[in-house]
Each structure stands twice: as C-alpha cells, then as structure tokens.
Design a protein around this ligand. Structure first.
Ligand SMILES: O=P(O)(O)OC[C@H]1O[C@H](OP(=O)(O)OP(=O)(O)O)[C@H](O)[C@@H]1O
Ligand SMILES: O=c1cc[nH]c(=O)[nH]1
Ligand SMILES: [Mg+2]
Length: 208
C-alpha cells in the first residue's frame, strides 16, 4: 500500500536537529516526541468522523467527532518508546502495547524478546512505532507478531526510512501503510541508514 512522506516544514526543521551528532539525549528525546505528535496529526487524517449534536450555551451545533475508533499504539522497543508520549498527547485514549525486538549487530536479523499487547487487537487500528526503518527486519517481525495475534488494521510510523526497508515491508506486508518523515539514501555495510541519525535507541537513552 502507500508510503506517506510527511514533509511539513516544522517536521523537517526538527528532524534536522535530531540528526545532528551534537544534539544530546535530552534534546533528542524532546524533539522526537514533538515530531511524533506532528506526525500523528497527519497519520490520523483519514480517521472516520461521525456527526453529533452539541449544546452550546446558545444553540444546538451540528458537530463531528472521531467515530468510536479503537486505537492502540505499539512501540518497538527500545527506540519506539520515544514516539509514544507525543502520540498519546493527540490520542490520549489509545491503548499501548509493547514489542521488544533488537537487531543482531552481526547478522542484522531481528531478535524478539518481549511482547505485551492489548487483548482485542482484531478490533483496533494499530499504529506500530519505530523511529528507524533500516533493513525492515524489525518492522516485518513486529507486523508479523501483530497479525499472528489477530490484527487486521496496521499502519507503521517511522521517522527515517531507507528505501531497502520500505521495499522489504511492502513485499512482506503490502496491506500496511507506512508514514515517514524522510526517506534517506541507502544503508551502509553495517545496516545503518545513510545519512540517518546513528543508533536511535542509544541516542534516545544515552547508551552506547
Ligand atoms: O530495520 P532494521 O534493520 O531491523 O533496523 C531498525 C531497528 O534497529 C533499531 O533498533 P535496535 O536493534 O538498535 O534496538 P534498540 O532500539 O533497543 O536500540 C531501530 O530502533 C529499529 O528497531
Ligand atoms: O541507522 C540505523 C539503523 C538501524 N537502527 C538504528 O537505530 N539506526
Ligand atoms: Mg539501537
């Protein structure tokens, strides 16, 4: 399905600071949260509305509200955690599930180590979060996890994607829409996105 590049000027500006090697963990964390909130504004654009009547102090207004949509946001640990707060600010009733996957540094294969999800996945719109879509191995595994547990409506939100990762996810899960702030040039021989931002988890949590 579709790849949506959300290139709003505010997102591009903040992403430039996030990429900067001199940006420390505090600012990185704050900016990732802000950009995630701005991306939520876009990836919810096609959420269905329903009409309601609201009594204002002077009359009845015909209004619209998001129609009883059940949403769950699912960060891929660790780095996906940095996107949760910003999205919850706009969708505060969303449930939050967690999938633990890290990429083996030698083989680049995804290693799964944790999974805790809301029980009613089949009834929910699921938003899978990870700042980085590199080879796509972690995303493909995360989506597989969700589908195995009944999920049918999944969209994926990444800060930066490599073309190789997009291709991989689209080949294995063509039903999943991808929302990204930037599509970078390529992967290097270690599977890092070029130019990218380095290791998102390490930059977010100050680890090495
Ligand atoms: O598309 P891929 O090639 O799978 O790479 C992307 C994954 O790599 C990073 O996680 P990492 O393995 O560094 O784990 P961490 O978030 O715990 O640091 C990133 O947050 C993604 O989950
Ligand atoms: O560039 C990359 C690739 C994978 N994971 C990251 O955190 N950064
Ligand atoms: Mg990492």
């Amino acid at each position: 399905m579709a790849v949506h590049v959300i290139d709003h000027p505010l997102i591009q500006h903040k992403l430039s600071i996030i990429r900067d090697v001199n940006t420390g963990a505090k600012e990185f964390r704050e900016l990732l949260e802000e950009v995630s909130m701005l991306m939520a504004y876009e990836f919810t654009r096609n959420f269905p509305l329903e009409e309601v009547e609201v009594e204002t102090p002077v009359a009845t207004a015909n209004c619209k509200v998001v129609s009883g949509k059940k949403v769950a946001i699912i960060p891929i640990l660790r780095a996906g955690l940095g996107m949760v707060g910003g999205i919850l600010k706009l969708i505060p009733t969303a449930k939050v599930g967690h999938i633990g996957v890290y990429r083996d540094p030698e083989t680049l294969q995804p290693i799964e180590y944790y999974c805790k999800l809301p029980p009613d996945l089949s009834e929910r719109e699921l938003i899978l979060l990870d700042p980085m879509l590199a080879t796509g191995g972690s995303a493909v595994a995360g989506i597989q996890f969700l589908k195995q547990r009944g999920a049918t409506q999944i969209r994926m939100v990444n800060l930066i994607a490599a073309p190789e990762g997009i291709e991989n996810v689209q080949a294995k899960h063509p039903d999943v829409d991808i929302y990204v702030a930037a599509v970078d040039d390529r992967l290097n021989s270690h599977g890092y996105i070029i130019p990218g931002l380095g290791d998102a988890g390490d930059r977010l949590f100050g680890t090495k």
